[in-house]
Design a protein around this ligand. Structure first.
Ligand code: FUC
Length: 849
């Protein structure tokens, strides 16, 4: 192990200087990209998040007491519980009731399928640094989170001394690292304490090493009416163990340990490092009886640290982080010299702080890197940050939109590696999901997942078993979670061209899901293939004046199935696979219950036209094929696109954070950037103004934090600037009038093309495309393009690039009694040019066509 704050060797110094120089060069022209405040956080939701995918912290920046609210992504309640309490007999009864039109009875019968709720994601603990009280006035206070280097800083001046606290959480070293410094020697004194809301003890292992050890509850209730206790500990039974280790290295001064804390007095500078670990040992292992030893894990972390030197640790962190974060730049305007809180408030007074949108975009990418890294669970409902023992919705995986939305920015905003946390999670879901398919539905092929999951890869329908009257089929009767997730596998392939990934990881998961879907569907009286039971997530229809959830063939179900089948068939072509299942899917495809345009000209949500124009439900799942699916578009299915507009008009703009983020993506796909921006702006309204955004720019829903909106909006901002689902790359497809000039670089189109653009007065000026994989690049531009290094030709026929293909055409039935909404035109010149892998091509736009 290295020496505390030891002096680096000359060689290392040289290396560091060189690498810092290159980083400085990289960001020399870049505008500041930070959230900053002139006061300490007054609540958890105004503190600033740090994370490395596994360890998370919210930094408060208090003057006399610094508070780091800590998380470990693996720390969940309970252990592996399959929860498959349904049976094929119940399924048959439900089906029968639906076919007879007894939807209400189907709803009641379905409740027999309800297994337990998911486990809860838990808070790990808190690190407090208590400073001696000081009556002197404080000046120049600043609390910030710099997104360019994932560094939190707190600085202020008191009695002529400048104090600074800097913190980051390193992925390469798996440590939270804090440096306390002051402009005068001997000025740093504090007491460090560790606490947890969970059962735990604190011990001082050495004068500079503090440990908190705890055991998580075996069970945490989802609702207050749970007949079991709310929080159940089993000291000798199930429950995850966890540890927090804090080590302190002062320069000057000394460390003095007390019974449960460590004090530092009169130091010149202090380095603190903190490691977290749990006994989690995989989704199928009891953390109590087959778990890892968290003490060993932290020991391993400490042993691997090269040297306890701020510069060395920071440099490794920076190299790792900027390699991911630095891939994309977005410039929408100048940065005002205002705190983030002031910007949020002023934005709604009508000022044109377009840079706030760019900041929000990059914040989403930052949060992704902080909450999903190799070997960690995928970002959950709150990413990785949670301070409640009973967080809203258990801070779990809600897979009827929220989990998927967390990963929408992964490909287009150039962070494809992070997507693998989701893919690895799907492998666990596929194991449990095969059991759920079998036990609950009698299906022996493939895998299924419902709308909730957790670190134990739960796949069974939740609902509290037989005790919860409030449990509802409108969310539990939805076996489409797994199938939706498989779309992410195919999109990853289209953006990266990674055939090995497609063959080894994606294909088995896609195939397993398709096997389930084939076995799940049944024929209606016309011989059409439908899902039964079926819901449109969380919404209800009125039938015989009663609200009901279960019927058959919701548009959402059929859209996911159609998209899954299409992706599956395309993947089979790439991989050259031929087997019986492929023929079965080919035959099933034209027999799927088609889209319907309802009497009001809307895209119909249900099997029958039960849609209501006054329904403003936040889930608009029937627009799945417009986004994130690709089968409805202005270009290829204008009638369905127009019906989608009608649906969006009925539903209105304002809703929960994630719902608005989805709407931004839909309006971008509908090429209406002005409407998309209007909703983005609505989504960025501070809570004090009746909006859903917290002071630290966290997104909210139903008055609580949900990070999905923070991920969905950046994906939508990217879709405003670049789209590539229709067989070509569409440049600036939905640029809002208000973003008259700007630039973006590093967005990724299908086919593995990195795209950079500048625009002025709403018109494209320059374009650069780096081809990662080679192959034909097809672009649609509203402006004539010239290039010295690309041979542009007018595009003809089918795009020869297999990664940049048009979606399949889909059938629909139009029952509209009213005129449908008008569509914006998609015009421009379609160019082709051949690319070589690794080469960048530069273009100038001349005149508008
Ligand atoms: C779905 C949504 C809710 C919330 C929850 C986590 O159930 O309908 O709005 O986002 O997930």
């Amino acid at each position: 192990m290295g020496s505390p704050l030891g002096s680096p060797t000359k060689y290392r110094q040289l290396l560091m200087a060189l690498s810092s120089l290159s980083l400085i060069a990289l960001s020399a022209n870049a505008e500041p990209l930070e959230l900053w405040f002139d006061n300490p956080a007054d609540a958890w939701e105004t503190a600033l998040p740090l994370g490395n995918g596994r360890t998370g912290a919210m930094v408060f920046g208090g003057l006399e007491r610094e508070h780091y609210s800590l998380n470990d992504h693996h720390l969940w309640s309970g252990g592996p519980v399959p929860g498959n309490e349904g049976s094929p007999e119940i399924l048959e009864q439900v089906r029968q009731a639906v076919f007879e039109g007894s939807y209400n009875e189907a709803d009641q019968l379905w409740k027999g399928m309800h297994g337990p709720y998911s486990a809860r994601y838990l808070p790990l603990g808190d690190l407090f640094l208590e400073f001696p009280s000081n009556e002197n006035p404080v000046g120049n206070y600043k609390r910030s989170l710099d997104l360019r280097n994932a560094l939190s800083s707190v600085s202020y001046e008191q009695a002529g001394v400048d104090y600074k606290r800097e913190s980051f959480i390193s992925h390469p070293d798996q440590l939270m690292v804090v440096r306390l410094s002051a402009s005068e020697a001997g000025k740093i004194s504090f007491k460090a304490k560790l606490t947890s809301q969970l059962n735990s003890t604190v011990e001082v292992k050495a004068t500079n090493h503090l440990i908190l050890k705890g055991k998580a509850p075996a069970y945490v209730a989802h609702r207050s009416g749970d007949p079991r206790e709310q929080v159940v500990y089993e000291p000798e039974g199930e429950g995850m163990s966890f540890e927090i280790h804090l080590r302190i290295f002062p320069q000057g001064g000394e460390c003095l340990s007390e019974e449960h804390s460590i004090g530092v007095t009169n130091a010149d500078e202090v380095l603190l490092v903190l490691a977290t670990a749990t006994s989690f040992n995989g989704f199928d292992k009891s953390p109590a009886f087959e778990g890892k030893n968290p003490a060993r894990v932290t020991e391993g972390i400490f042993n691997a640290v090269p040297e306890y030197d701020w510069d060395i640790l920071y440099d490794r962190h920076l190299t790792d982080y900027t390699e991911l974060f630095g891939r994309v730049e977005l410039d929408l305007g100048s940065v005002p010299d205002l705190t983030t809180s002031a910007r949020l408030l002023k934005y709604h007074e009508g000022n044109d702080d377009h840079d706030l949108i760019a900041l929000y975009f990059q914040y989403g990418r930052y949060l992704m890197i902080a909450s999903s890294r190799t070997g960690t669970p995928p970002a959950n409902l709150q990413g990785i940050w949670n301070h409640r023992v009973q967080p809203p919705w258990g801070s779990n995986y809600t897979m009827n939109i929220n989990t998927q939305m967390n990963f929408w920015p992964a490909e287009i905003t150039n962070l494809p590696e992070l997507h693998h946390t989701l893919f690895d999670f799907m492998e666990d879901l596929a194991v449990n999901g095969a059991k759920t398919a079998n036990v609950n539905y009698g299906i022996e092929t493939g895998w299924v997942a419902h709308h909730n999951s957790d670190v134990w890869a739960k796949t069974s329908p939740p609902g509290g078993g037989d005790w919860d009257d409030r449990a509802s089929p409108r969310w539990s009767a939805w076996p489409m979670g797994g199938a939706w997730l498989t779309q992410h596998l195919w999109e990853h392939y289209l953006h990266t061209g990674d055939e090995k990934f497609l063959a080894t990881q994606a294909w088995p998961l896609m195939k397993g899901s398709v096997e389930f879907l084939i076995a799940w569907m049944v024929e209606d009286t016309n011989g059409t293939l439908v899902t039964n039971p079926s819901t449109s997530p969380e919404n209800v229809f009125r039938h015989d004046d009663v609200e009901m959830a279960i019927s058959m063939a919701s548009t959402m179900d059929m859209s996911i199935i159609r998209e899954s089948f299409s992706n599956f068939l395309r993947a089979s072509e790439v991989l050259g696979v031929e087997d019986e299942l492929i023929d079965t899917v080919r035959t099933a495809m034209p027999r799927l219950y088609p889209f319907h345009i309802g009497r009001l000209g809307q895209l119909q949500e249900w099997y029958r036209d039960w849609d209501r124009p006054d329904d403003t439900h936040r889930h608009i799942s029937h627009l799945f094929s417009l986004y994130p699916g690709n089968q409805i578009s202005v270009e290829l299915t204008p009638e369905l696109a127009s019906a989608s507009i009608q649906t969006l008009i009925h539903r209105g703009d304002v809703s929960t954070g994630w719902s608005m983020a989805w709407k931004v993506n839909w309006w971008a796909r509908l090429k209406d950037g002005n409407r998309a921006l209007k909703i983005l702006k609505e989504g960025l309204k501070h809570r004090s103004l009746g909006g859903t955004t917290y002071g630290n720019l966290f997104s909210g829903a139903h008055g609580v934090l949900q990070l999905d909106g923070n991920f969905g909006a950046p994906a939508g901002i990217a879709e405003i600037l670049l789209q590539s689902y229709a067989g070509y790359i569409h440049l600036l497809p939905a640029l809002p009038d208000a973003w008259d000039s700007g630039s973006v670089s590093g967005l990724v189109a299908r086919g593995g093309f990195d795209v950079g653009m500048t625009w002025d007065e709403g018109k494209l000026q320059t374009l650069s495309i780096r081809s990662k994989l080679g192959g034909n690049c097809r672009i649609l531009s509203k402006h004539l393009l010239t290039s010295a290094d690309a041979r542009l030709v007018p595009a003809k026929g089918r795009n020869p690039n297999p990664l940049l293909q048009q979606p399949d055409t889909v059938p629909w039935i139009n029952n509209a009694e009213e005129a449908t909404e008008e569509l914006p035109g998609v015009s421009g010149t379609l160019y082709d040019f051949t690319t070589e892998a690794g080469k960048t091509y530069h273009f100038r736009a001349t005149k508008t066509i």
